[in-house]
Ligand binder design. Structure first.
Ligand code: PMP
Length: 426
């Protein structure tokens, strides 16, 4: 293992870089939950288009028309991938975080938001930033049934009038566990609330159908779905998006702008997704996401899920042979999950363990609290601490861990990478 990676001097510093043999990276990047490597197919599609791009929605020239078509067709491809209903909108954003902040910005005044404390900070935090929105934080459930009961009870206690929104993740970025989205959506709707699904971890690993799950909105990021950084999606019900002020004000979002006789300015905003997409759009990002969606659809989620189950089983079996390892779980060891696992190693500081995996074995995992501080603390049974600069507090060797190690993988992960990971942990 030591022979396949070595420190190389780069820009005067010793940093570990992937070594390449026969065109294949041998550094095992097992951090797909943070950002998954873009698919070759996506790079090829983007590279084929790159020489031809022009301004979207803004030019009469051929390249401008081509780019506009590509951008709008990407929207349609993504709508198909998500199983959108006929009147749903697909809004391009920068990321899941941006999508959920956009939704927070368009909530009607007085909306009550319900969110489990177990959420990623991107789905936990945007709501309270909106003036006039009240947030109810729900305690971590220990079974799917308890999750539904907790939500039902909280919704039943609220005044039945006024808008309400439930925000829930499809698959945890810490434990990889699936959440009972369909049941939570049914509970939300039974109480007159709407629901948004944080699909950042679900969409790359699992089939997802808005209409079938009966969720009102879905948010996800391109860089976790095998496309490059910089673009994300909020898809779903048009009404709140259409009636709210634009998320960004500027060209592209406005249909007509005129000076008033009193000297001010009147603006007529678009009622389509363009309302929230002011400025020149990230057409390459949108096209890359559409290309990744198409690649996943062509590969087939049956195949992808079956393959990921094999990898999960391998990692679980390997870790089970190491008595010092404790895998973190909210819903129990057998709960269905995607290829994301967090664990602690008795007697080890998680940050040192992750650093050793990288430096000595050429394996990239993540350590820390994974932008889900309340959840990781619940799982570790630890108290809030000052997280320090990188959100990863130190525990002295031998002390209870204050943070965890996360390994995550997905489409294209070779057996060799997870085998090496298991050997290294052992
Ligand atoms: N939700 C979940 C469940 C995530 O895992 C992440 C990324 N770690 C996000 C939201 C935020 O995604 P992004 O950083 O792309 O905005």
């Amino acid at each position: 293992d030591r022979s396949v990676c070595a420190p190389l001097p780069v820009l005067g510093r010793d940093v570990l870089v992937p070594l390449v043999t026969g065109g294949e990276a041998v550094y095992a990047a097992l951090d797909y939950a943070a950002s998954a490597p873009a698919l070759q197919r996506v790079w090829d599609d983007v590279a084929a288009y790159a020489p031809y791009y022009g301004s979207v929605h803004r030019g009469a020239g051929y390249l401008s028309q081509l780019s506009t078509d590509l951008f709008e067709n990407s929207r349609t491809t993504i709508a198909d991938f998500l199983g959108c209903r006929a009147d749903d909108q697909v809004v391009f954003t920068r990321s899941t975080t941006d999508s959920l902040n956009l939704l927070a910005a368009v909530l009607p005044q007085g909306t009550r938001v319900f969110v489990f404390e177990t959420e990623h900070h991107a789905s936990l935090l945007p709501w309270e930033q909106r003036a006039g929105v009240e947030v109810t934080y729900l305690n971590a459930p220990r079974t799917h049934g308890e999750a539904v009961d907790t939500l039902e009870k909280a919704l039943a206690e609220r005044e039945p009038c006024g808008p309400a929104l439930v925000c829930v993740t499809g698959a945890s970025n810490v434990t990889g566990e699936l959440w009972p989205v369909r049941e939570l959506a049914a509970a939300a709707h039974a109480h007159g609330a709407r629901i948004v699904l944080d699909a950042a971890q679900l969409a790359p690993h699992h089939p997802l159908d808005i209409a079938e799950l009966d969720v009102d909105w879905v948010a996800f990021s391109g860089h976790k779905l095998y496309a490059p950084f910089g673009a994300g999606v909020l898809a779903g019900r048009a009404d709140w998006l259409r009636s709210a002020d634009p998320y960004l004000a500027g060209g592209g979002a406005s249909r007509k702008v005129s000076r008033r006789t009193d000297g001010g300015v009147d603006v007529e905003w678009h009622t389509t997704a363009a309302r929230h997409e002011a400025g020149s759009p990230n057409v390459i990002g949108a096209y890359a996401i559409a290309s990744a969606c198409q690649a996943l659809t062509e590969a087939g989620f049956d195949t992808l899920v079956a393959r990921e189950r094999e990898l999960i089983a391998k990692v679980r079996a390997g870790l089970a042979e190491v008595p010092e390892v404790k895998v973190l779980s909210l819903f129990g060891d057998d709960a269905p999950r995607v290829g994301v696992l967090s664990f602690v190693v008795d007697g080890w500081n998680s940050s040192h363990f992750a650093a050793a995996l990288s430096a000595e074995y050429g394996i990239g995992v993540r350590d820390g609290l994974f932008c889900a501080h309340p959840l990781v603390r619940t799982l570790l049974g630890s108290e809030p601490q000052d997280p320090g600069e990188c959100g990863a507090p130190e525990a002295a060797p031998g002390e209870r861990s204050l943070n965890a190690i996360r390994v995550s993988f997905g489409a294209g992960t070779p057996d060799e990478h997870v085998d090496r990971f298991v050997r290294a942990v052992k």
